[in-house]
Ligand binder design. Structure first.
Ligand SMILES: *Cc1c(COP(=O)(O)O)cnc(C)c1O
Length: 397
């Protein structure tokens, strides 16, 4: 049956792809060994560095984010290596499972899935590891299953304080292009990114930013690797080419996405995400519902996970909203299944899209018979109208 109007894709990735990017992708496929390809490849590789905040080597894979997770580990680790991971939520847990399957020995620092990575616990574990058996610390910057964001700069500082030589690897799949991130300045060794969240692209590209230290580690690392191998990529990328067929049309989209982020200004993009997250939390609180993240310093600018009242099904609510209002919301993952729904407020997103999203939720709560207070949309509306977008105001002045 025809559904008039657009679908609201309010999951925390894939996010809505703006028309400009769809148009950019809509090109004839070109020969990836032709002279014109080299120019596209170079522009894509140079452009994406500015979003990762790096001058280091960038790798672009024709793969989802999971591929770039695997690439980070197989390029730097050897069989049986210990890696320290922080179980901030479902995605951190999946990365740990991947490491186990590769033959590594992950060690998990757990949380209650309602806060970000525990910096002090990482520091303590590294101090206790006097023989330096831990080869890497792996952290998810923005835990998409819980809506908690970890402080990567603080983790780097804590690691430096211990003098421990472990590599620092960070998953920015759902934060890149939405939350401030600096691969070089924060001393990250491998940053893992993906295309379909803050970068506003369709799914299909993922990234590794690679520090000199990680590059050096890759020379000695002995896990088997072929498709993910950095060295062949880096050699071919020097002239803008790839060792195998790249996702050519996605690269057109990537160049456009980078341009769009800079046209708005990265600082303005990050401020916009924070402002929408705050408006969302005000709506959730006014509904009398609870934000899953319970540490205000860890609130995610990208998404808000909302706890259902006891005995209420998040999946029934999501289904009702999908059927009645043509909007997708994120589901509860892992141990949060059916307990939370997740509101994505990332990517190419503005005030009226947020208000449409929150209206759909408020109507859905009523329609599904979930006990709540009215007035969440009003609370968000009040916040947005009283708190102008600072960057926009500056430009208008
Ligand atoms: C989406 C996501 C992933 C998985 O990426 P895929 O593209 O689905 O493979 C990993 N980590 C985080 C934090 C994510 O948000």
């Amino acid at each position: 049956m025809r559904k008039p109007g657009r679908h609201f894709l309010q999951i925390p990735g894939p996010s809505t792809v703006p028309d400009r990017i769809l148009r950019a992708i809509d090109q004839p496929v070109i020969d990836h060994r032709s002279p014109e390809f080299g120019d596209l490849g170079r522009r894509a590789l140079e452009g994406i560095k500015t979003i990762f905040g790096t001058d280091a080597n960038m790798i672009i894979y024709p793969a989802s984010g999971t591929g770039a997770w695997e690439a980070a580990l197989v390029n730097t680790m050897s069989a049986g290596d210990r890696v320290l991971m922080c179980e901030t939520g479902h995605f951190a847990w999946l990365w740990q499972r991947l490491a186990t399957r590769l033959g590594l020995q992950p060690e998990l620092i757990d949380t209650d899935w309602r806060q970000a990575a525990d910096v002090a616990a990482i520091e303590a574990r590294l101090r206790a590891d006097s023989s330096h058996e831990i080869k890497a610390v792996c952290v998810v910057h923005n835990e998409t299953s819980t809506g908690c964001t970890s402080d990567i700069a603080a983790i780097r500082e804590a690691m430096d304080g211990t003098g421990h030589p472990a590599l620092l690897m960070v998953d920015t799949i759902s934060s890149l292009g939405s939350v401030d991130y600096r691969h070089d300045a924060w001393g990250v060794d491998v940053t893992v990114g993906g295309s379909q969240k803050g970068l506003m692209l369709p799914p299909g590209l993922s990234f590794n930013a690679v520090s000199e230290k990680a590059r050096a580690a890759s020379v000695a690392a002995d896990l088997p690797r072929s498709f993910w191998d950095w060295s062949e990529m880096i050699a071919a990328n020097a002239t803008g080419y790839f060792p195998y067929t790249p996702a050519t049309n996605m690269l057109y989209g990537l160049v456009e996405a980078v341009d769009m982020l800079h046209e708005e200004g990265l600082e303005a993009v990050f401020a916009r995400h924070k402002r929408h997250a705050e408006a969302t939390r005000r709506a959730v609180t006014a509904w009398g519902l609870e934000v899953l993240c319970r540490v205000p310093d860890h609130y995610s600018p990208v998404l808000t996970a909302v706890l259902m009242p006891e005995g209420q099904s998040a999946d029934v609510l999501r289904r009702t909203i999908h059927t009645e209002f043509n909007m997708s919301l994120g589901n509860g993952l892992g141990r949060l299944q059916d307990r939370v729904f997740r509101i994505g407020h990332l990517g190419d997103f503005n005030d009226l899209m947020l208000l449409g999203t929150l209206s759909g939720i408020e109507m859905g709560l009523a329609r599904a018979g979930v006990p709540h207070e009215r007035g969440g949309v009003q609370a968000a509306l009040d916040f947005l109208s009283q708190t102008p977008d600072a960057a926009k105001a500056e430009r208008a002045a």
